[in-house]
Design a protein around this ligand. Structure first.
Ligand code: PXP
Length: 238
């Protein structure tokens, strides 16, 4: 069964709506871990629209499971990660005007640059993951960049409206996961996963971690973090 890593960015989104101190994503992460989450994910964006340095620095000290720092592949962020030493970094594309990460990184176009970023991270003992669309050529390039892991973007599956469309996207994900495993990569998956669509992805063999944020935080706002995480864990494990 894949592990569940909870992305707490949107707790910080609520805090930043008022630029105040609450709710604290650190408290949310602690509650998620107490409810059984295996790890915590945060995305420190260039515009600091939700998570801030202070959050990640405290999380590094208190998270018991894995701390996965999502970040853009920039010199500034590499420097930050090398000081912080998260368990792993997930490299994601970032555009200021996007609402959320819109697609995977284009490893084909950015191979040389990403190779350097991955090696700088690994030099400090940080495992490097690259967020990619479900595409076999991207997987092969991630291997060339010497990434330890890939995270397969599940957004197109999550957005598919017809059963046929969902199956097409699931098959792309399965093929990508399978190739990643064959080529020696650890494979994660995430984006757009929710209580309705998670099971079909959780069933795909070879995915070690599911990274889920928006749907868990949305439910937590209404029923509490404990129930939101436990219900998601039940679905993943059932
Ligand atoms: N994985 C990556 C790489 C992401 O950028 C995000 C969004 O921050 C997620 C997973 C989680 O997506 P969602 O919030 O839709 O569950």
């Amino acid at each position: 069964m894949p592990k569940l890593c909870v992305n707490v960015d949107h707790i910080a989104t609520i805090r930043e709506a008022r630029k105040t101190f609450e709710p604290d994503p650190v408290s949310a992460a602690m509650l998620a871990e107490l409810a059984g989450a295996d790890g915590i994910v945060v995305h420190l964006r260039e515009d600091r629209r939700h998570i801030r340095e202070r959050d990640v620095e405290i999380l590094r000290k208190v998270v018991v499971g894995t701390l996965n720092l999502e970040m853009a592949p920039t010199d500034e962020m590499v420097k930050f990660a090398k000081n912080l030493l998260p368990d792993h970094v997930t490299l994601v594309p970032e555009r200021r005007e996007e609402l959320t990460t819109e697609g995977g990184l284009d490893v084909i176009a950015g191979e040389d640059y990403l190779k350097t970023i991955v090696s700088l991270l690994k030099e400090s003992g940080i495992k490097a993951s690259i967020f990619i669309d479900p595409d076999v050529d991207q997987v092969k390039k991630a291997v060339k960049c010497k990434a330890d892991m890939i995270e397969v973007h599940t957004g197109r599956y999550a957005e598919a409206r017809t059963e046929e469309g969902k199956e097409v996207e699931l098959e792309r994900i399965r093929i990508t996961v399978n190739l990643g495993n064959k080529l020696g990569l650890i494979v994660h998956a995430g984006h757009g996963l929710n209580y309705q669509n998670v099971r079909r992805v959780a069933k795909i063999p070879g995915i070690t971690d599911l990274n889920i944020g928006h749907s868990i935080i949305s439910r937590a706002v209404l029923v509490g973090m404990d129930e939101a995480v436990r219900t998601m864990l039940d679905l993943i494990n059932s």
